[in-house]
Design a protein around this ligand. Structure first.
Ligand code: GUN
Ligand code: ZN
Length: 431
């Protein structure tokens, strides 16, 4: 008895940015995806692959559907799930008036547990199969999140916010922040597909002592990641410069404490100096481009071309709750619009790459997720290109694959995500 299962549909995935390398696009119009024990066995033309299959191998035919690797959200805040669309001003005002009050509720473990189910369910409903997530300052928020992800065998990286300079009621201390971080690493890292990210919220939220402690924990646990915010908003940048006058620039605040390296993920990175971008590229850092958030808060227009020209890896982040959608399709469409405003138009296929494979590369997980290569984890989504009347007509009259996928991105959202699979197991089905 074989454990192999198959799904027959149009298959699309990327192994890099098709705008830079045409051969990085994989497209099989009548494809078969074969999975065994949670991993991809093969993906290719159905006619060829089905010949070698043992009799009785279950194959599900999904005519008219596209199967692609699950989306990867490089930056999202768990405790902000119920406060999207909060009409604050720019970043610092929005944080004070809406975000911090919402995060205070996560002092209650029962609230964390309830929210974790809805959050992870929300990611899966939008086709996101891997995410890099901020908890709140409370250890219980990360415990609840990891518990939920573990139960679903989801690949998820998360960390508790370090913020000893946070607002009243949302502060840890250098000692408690470090102790809880280490306790979470010991309790969760390596279980199922979970990973830990040391998470100083942003430079303004931590003392020098706390940033130094974060750097020490990171150095002592080389299999963890580091996530923080960088150069998002002009007022925030000015306040950071005033608080850390010894630093050459915003990035240097983190660099001085050992937080800049190949496992560092910087959210936003909109207003970054050439020096800092060069340093990020040289250190192998990644950043999260969060267009819905950057537009919603009026933070600025991220320069994808300039950032990548410095060798910095770029992935997409929803940045919910400043972001306005969990959908990486919608996020990629907003990235396109930001490119239009900057006069650096994206290639239509770059959106698909940014929503998936780029995240795997940015997280150092390209050998695990984000493509249909043998041995990779079988996290995938079944997309319905005719989910709405407008989509049905537009994808029906599109002249090329690139145009069809572009329409799916610009007109699509969670409505096109018919099913989401984690390690070959159904994790969400559209109602
Ligand atoms: N900078 C510090 N905290 C936050 C946050 O919660 N959201 C965003 N967008 N930026 C931040
Ligand atoms: Zn953020």
């Amino acid at each position: 008895m074989t454990g192999v299962r198959g799904w027959r549909a149009e298959l699309v995935w990327t192994l890099g940015d098709p705008a830079r390398d045409e051969a990085a696009l994989r497209h099989v119009p009548d494809g078969l995806l074969l999975v065994e024990e949670g991993r991809v066995v093969a993906a290719g033309p159905c006619g060829e692959l089905s010949q070698g299959l043992p009799e009785g191998t279950p194959v599900e035919a999904l005519p008219g559907r596209i199967i692609t690797p699950g989306f990867i959200d490089a930056h999202v805040h768990f405790p902000q799930l119920d406060m999207m669309a909060a009409p604050g001003g720019a970043l610092l005002d929005w944080l004070e008036r809406y975000t911090f009050p919402a995060e205070r509720a996560f002092a209650d473990p029962a609230h964390c547990k309830d929210a974790a189910g809805r959050f992870v369910g929300g990611l899966l409903a939008h086709g996101t199969t891997t995410a890099m997530v901020y908890g709140s300052v409370h250890k219980a928020s990360v415990d609840a999140l990891f518990e939920e992800a573990l139960a679903r065998d989801m690949r998820l990286i998360a960390g508790k916010c370090l913020m000893d300079r946070g607002p009243e009621g949302l502060r840890d201390s250098v000692g408690s922040g470090a102790d809880e971080t280490v306790a979470l690493i010991r309790a969760w890292r390596g279980r199922g597909r979970l990973g830990y990210a040391v998470t100083p919220r942003f430079a303004l939220g931590s003392s020098r002592e706390q940033l130094a402690a974060a750097g020490r924990i990171l150095a002592g646990h080389p299999d963890t990641w580091m996530q923080t915010h960088l150069s998002e908003n002009l007022a925030e940048i000015a306040a950071t410069a005033a608080a850390f006058p010894e630093a050459a620039d915003y990035l240097d605040v983190y660099d001085r404490f050992g937080l800049v390296g190949p496992r560092s993920m910087f959210a936003h990175a909109i207003h970054v100096e050439d020096r800092a971008l060069g340093r990020m590229g040289q250190a192998g850092c990644a950043c999260a481009f969060c267009p819905t958030s950057n537009l919603f808060l009026g933070s600025g227009l991220f320069d994808l071309e300039r950032t990548r020209a410095h060798g910095v890896k770029v992935a997409l982040g929803s940045d919910v709750g400043a972001g306005t959608s969990y959908s990486l399709l919608t996020t990629a469409a907003e990235a396109w619009k930001v490119g239009q405003l900057k006069g650096t138009r994206l290639d239509p296929l770059t959106g698909l790459y940014l929503a998936g494979r780029a995240g795997a590369e940015a997280l150092g997980l390209a050998d695990r997720i984000g493509a249909f290569e043998p041995g990779l984890e079988a996290d995938f989504v079944v997309l319905d290109p005719s989910a709405t009347p407008a989509l049905a007509r537009r994808t029906g009259n599109a002249g090329s694959l690139a145009e069809r996928l572009f329409a799916l991105m610009v007109l699509g959202d969670e409505r096109v995500v018919e099913r989401t699979y984690l390690a070959g197991r159904l994790a969400h089905r559209r109602a």
